[in-house]
Ligand binder design. Structure first.
Ligand SMILES: [Zn+2]
Ligand SMILES: [Zn+2]
Length: 569
């Protein structure tokens, strides 16, 4: 994802300029551009069509820098800037909780030059006593280090799907491949994955292996066998392919989908019946006869249980539920009737409201809420009161023209540091949908943060709490919340909690979704789109909902247009 690489560089430029004490407007310009680029995943298309300046916050100067990076892999201005700052400081700035001031301090006072040194100093308590460094600061630094480490070890679900799709597409074109599926944690739709497992049926495995190792996506072949090979993709992700016979495909798919603990429990059940399960099938120990192997359904059936969807296979009660025929009927992508969190070009999105409406309509949706940022979020083009008027007028006009589709006038409202909302209640009442969100003050105490969200839930105009825990994969961990209290407030006030499908958010997380559901909370699955292409992220939001055991009834935006108007406060 080139956009993220450039975004990171712009962010670093802003930080270096800050260390150098440069003009605050220049610093902000780079920060704003970095933020905008996070949401642009086809940056090359923009460059090819000479449309980089269409991206909010990108002027001629930054467009030229983006082009330079796309053609040469470098931005010379950044390379020059780096020369002016000690390398150690730049390294420390990679830790999300460390700002320019702290990095400088750590480097100059303690001569800390890299992340492993920083970790050591933090653990040994040697950072305490430094100006402005308290125990909480050290705690945050250690958390930040963990985030950097994890971010480099695992791949987000969207990138993993993209890579897997490219391999599968290429292999699927072979006549020797009879069937091909993703297995492993990607099939279970875990929020991040370590590697990608692919399983194929073929009578000519050698041909398939040759094609796999010769794929355009391959950077390096790490192992090549007759029925199994491993490669590194161009971005360094490990991809494994196994070729199996049609007869044992179900057993293999189950075996390689996992999870490990799910499979262990199934094996234990089988042993009690005098059977054994492996990647080739279920066999009678006595007669060695194969009892089931072709499909997963057949195997679950033999074991006396309903088919278990891959997203549930984590050994968190799904086997027990399947045995009692008590599995939930999981929500599906086509249950979704609309997206309630989409940004237009009124704030930091790329598309016009008309374009968004058209894209949502062609997805088969009945409605969309265009929920731009509120005034206080300046870096993301928050809307002033006069902007709001213009926007409302435009939506009214469009709605008169559209058939079988409604655009809701929405907003993503800042929850300030004491839990108050950005616009007053008279303005909030005007909106069809109000989504409240925290974008600042993440370092407050658990009590303070909880109070802010609870207070927002209690506001009679707030319908949804967006990305409730604020995490950003590889950049920021969730802030601390007392979930018991948040869930209770959401339930009591009929406020939906969002499942944000944007791949670096996926917030709420699956385990929290399930815990909230048990308390009777309702959910909204949204994409937080900043361009119409992002609307496809709905599938990741739905995947998290499925991992959280949700059914259609738990999610408000599965409601038809008529019904959802009743849900609104
Ligand atoms: Zn937001
Ligand atoms: Zn948003």
């Amino acid at each position: 994802m080139k956009n993220l690489e450039i975004s990171r560089i712009f962010h670093s430029i802003a930080q270096i300029l800050e260390i150098k004490g440069e003009n605050i407007f220049r610093i902000r310009a780079y920060e704003r551009a970095a933020l905008a680029l996070e949401g642009i995943d086809n940056i090359e298309d923009y460059a090819n069509e000479d449309k980089l300046t269409d991206i909010p916050g990108i002027g001629q100067d930054l467009a030229a820098k983006i082009k330079e990076y796309l053609s040469s892999g470098k931005i010379s201005y950044f390379e020059d800037l780096k020369e002016e700052i000690p390398e150690g400081i730049l390294e420390l700035l990679k830790v999300p909780s460390i700002g320019p001031k702290t990095a400088k301090l750590l480097y100059e006072k303690l001569k800390i030059k890299n992340i492993s040194m920083l970790e050591k100093f933090a653990k040994e308590g040697k950072l305490l006593g430094l100006e402005g460094v308290k125990e909480k600061t050290v705690e945050n630094i250690l958390k930040g280090i963990a985030i950097v480490k994890r971010g480099s070890e695992r791949l987000d679900i969207a990138s993993a799907c993209e890579i897997a799709d490219r391999f599968i597409k290429e292999l699927n074109s072979l006549k020797e491949v009879k069937r091909i599926e993703v297995a492993g944690s990607l099939r279970r739709m875990k929020e991040t994955v370590k590697d990608i497992d692919i399983l194929a049926i073929s009578g000519k495995p050698q041909k398939v292996m040759d094609a796999f190792c010769g794929c355009g996506e391959v950077k390096e072949i790490t192992a090549k066998g007759i029925t199994k090979s491993s490669v590194l993709s161009k971005d360094g992700t490990q991809v494994d392919l196994r070729v199996v016979k049609a007869d044992s495909f179900g057993a293999a798919l189950m075996y390689f989908t996992g999870s490990k603990s799910h499979n262990i429990k199934l094996r234990t059940l089988a042993v009690r019946k005098g059977w054994k399960i492996n990647e080739y099938g279920v066999f009678s120990v006595k007669t060695k006869k194969c009892l089931a192997s072709k499909t997963e359904e057949e195997i679950y059936d033999l074991l006396g249980m309903r088919y278990i969807e891959p997203e549930l296979r984590e050994d968190t009660g799904e086997i027990e539920a399947a045995l009692k025929n008590k599995l939930p009927k999981l929500i599906q992508l086509n249950d979704i009737k609309g997206d309630l969190h989409v940004h237009s070009n009124y704030s930091d999105g790329k598309n016009t409201i008309a374009e968004i409406a058209q894209a949502c309509k062609s997805k088969g949706y009945e409605y969309v809420a265009v929920s731009d940022h509120s005034e206080a979020l300046k870096v993301a083009g928050g809307l002033s009161l006069s902007d709001l008027k213009r926007k409302k007028n435009e939506i009214d006009k469009l709605n008169k023209k559209m058939k079988n589709f409604v655009i809701f006038y929405g907003s993503e409202i800042e929850i300030d540091s004491s839990g108050n909302l950005d616009y007053n209640n008279a303005i909030l009442q005007e909106f069809d949908f109000v989504i409240a969100a925290i974008h600042s003050g993440f370092k407050q105490s658990k009590e303070q943060l909880t109070r802010r969200i609870v207070k927002a839930c209690r506001n009679p105009n707030v319908d949804i709490i967006a990305h409730p825990t604020g995490r950003l994969w590889g950049t920021r961990d969730s802030y601390e919340l007392d979930f018991e209290e948040v869930f209770k407030a959401a339930k009591d006030t009929n406020t939906a909690l969002e499942i944000n499908g944007f791949p670096n958010r996926l917030d709420l997380a699956d385990t929290l979704i399930r815990a909230a559901k048990e308390k009777g909370v309702k959910f909204a699955i949204d994409t937080d789109s900043h361009m119409t292409e992002h609307l496809d992220y709905m599938k990741f939001g739905v995947a998290m909902a499925r991992r959280g055991w949700l059914q259609k009834e738990d999610v408000v935006n599965t409601l038809s247009l008529k019904q959802i108007l009743k849900f609104k406060k």
